[in-house]
Design a protein around this ligand. Structure first.
Ligand SMILES: Cc1cc2nc3c(=O)[nH]c(=O)nc-3n(C[C@H](O)[C@H](O)[C@H](O)COP(=O)(O)OP(=O)(O)OC[C@H]3O[C@@H](n4cnc5c(N)ncnc54)[C@H](O)[C@@H]3O)c2cc1C
Length: 338
């Protein structure tokens, strides 16, 4: 296990903001986990788990220990005529994993191509894109419980996965370190191109028989055209969640804003597009100092170079306030603010 003191996290978060951790611990194998229950480690609280830092915003230095998960490895743990059960350790790159499964012809992850980050963070906010969420392909999650020092297996139900949330982002965020996940992948995959942007892509780029490789390539092309490359422009992807409102509230808003996108969630509630709401308030493409709202997608806040985490947070707060004023909707941050 590697330990670093007073460590600058700038290269470890995709916003590229300056912040120091009092201590950084890098977990590289399962034996390292025992150090996390060591009494000297507990004196160093608070603790924050991290993967590739693509969904965090540091607004100040961190006064405790950052635990960086670098547990590598993957193996097929079960297989039948239809499915492959693939166990993947938490430090693996999600995008590499998707490419690997698509390359083997195992379906399930292709719509989630090119989402940055580690495998271990995927269940934390139940990552999703283009009509598929992790919960659709997840079999179980292994965690290390800091309180007991034991590895435990969580069923999908125990993970309490929801829209960009789970037990690992809420009640369990201080003590459950995700160490590996098991995915149930399809050996005879059916493609899912129900999402509007994907349907449009294949209308413009027709293919005789669409494969999961085609879907993966389509998702990558769409994402590259809409989202900033984190190695060029600092961001954490979507900064806010899409708000879900009652049918009554959606109806009231639609009568005032007939062009507003609203998706029926099937339980008398509607999901609204946070990006659209932000754009209507005039934020899209606006720059304030080194912070700004991405010109191609209003849901994405960016760091043009030397913005501090506090400046990005303050910008997000002004956006929250103006959306609240215009639509009476309180946007919730998807990004974990530390
Ligand atoms: C350009 C861009 C596009 C994006 N697009 C999408 C998208 O389409 N869909 C989507 O869902 N997300 C998207 N994201 C957000 C991000 O990619 C995901 O949330 C990803 O899963 C974060 O992985 P990470 O390893 O970087 O996690 P980090 O940012 O390091 O951590 C994120 C959260 O997970 C916790 N965590 C991390 N690892 C562990 C662990 N092993 N055990 C317990 N807790 C842990 C952290 O404490 C933190 O709360 C995007 C981000 C960027 C920059």
């Amino acid at each position: 296990m590697l330990v670093r003191k007073n460590y600058n996290l700038k290269s470890l978060n995709t916003f590229g903001v300056d912040a120091r951790a009092k201590r950084l611990m890098i977990i590289e194998n399962f034996d390292d986990l025992t150090n996390l229950t060591d009494s000297s480690f507990y004196r160093e609280k608070p603790v924050f788990f991290m993967g590739q830092g693509s969904n965090v915003l540091f607004v100040r230095d961190f006064p405790g220990v950052i635990v960086l998960n670098r547990l590598m490895g993957r193996e097929v743990v079960e297989e039948d005529d239809d499915h492959v059960f693939l166990r993947v350790n938490a430090g693996e790159s999600w995008t590499d994993l998707v490419d690997y499964t698509v390359g083997r012809g195992w379906g399930g992850l292709e719509n989630m191509s090119l989402i940055p980050g580690t495998v271990g963070a995927a269940p934390v906010q139940n990552i999703g894109a283009y009509g598929v969420e992790l919960k659709d392909v997840l079999d179980c999650v292994e965690v290390f419980d800091l309180r007991t020092g034991n590895l435990e297996m969580f069923s999908v139900k125990q993970c309490k996965l929801g829209y960009r949330t789970s037990i690992f982002k809420t009640d369990g965020k201080k003590h459950y370190l995700v160490t590996s996940i098991v995915l149930k992948l399809n050996k005879m995959p059916e493609v899912n191109i129900g999402y509007k942007a994907l349907r449009e892509y294949f209308t413009q780029n027709p293919v005789d028989e669409i494969t999961i490789r085609d879907v993966s390539e389509a998702v990558k092309a769409i994402r590259r055209s809409k989202l900033p490359d984190a190695s060029v422009l600092g961001s954490a992807g979507s900064f806010f969640k899409n708000p879900v409102v009652s049918a009554k509230k959606a109806g009231q808003l639609l009568s005032r804003f007939p062009g507003m996108p609203a998706f029926d969630t099937g339980d008398r509630r509607f999901k609204l597009a946070a990006g659209w709401l932000i754009e209507q308030c005039g934020w899209k493409g606006r720059r304030e100092g080194d912070t700004g709202v991405y010109e191609k997608q209003a849901l994405v806040l960016v760091n043009y170079g030397n913005a501090t985490g506090k400046q990005i947070y303050d910008l997000s707060q002004r956006i929250v306030e103006s959306v609240h004023e215009k639509f009476d909707i309180l946007l919730e941050r998807e990004v974990t603010v530390v």
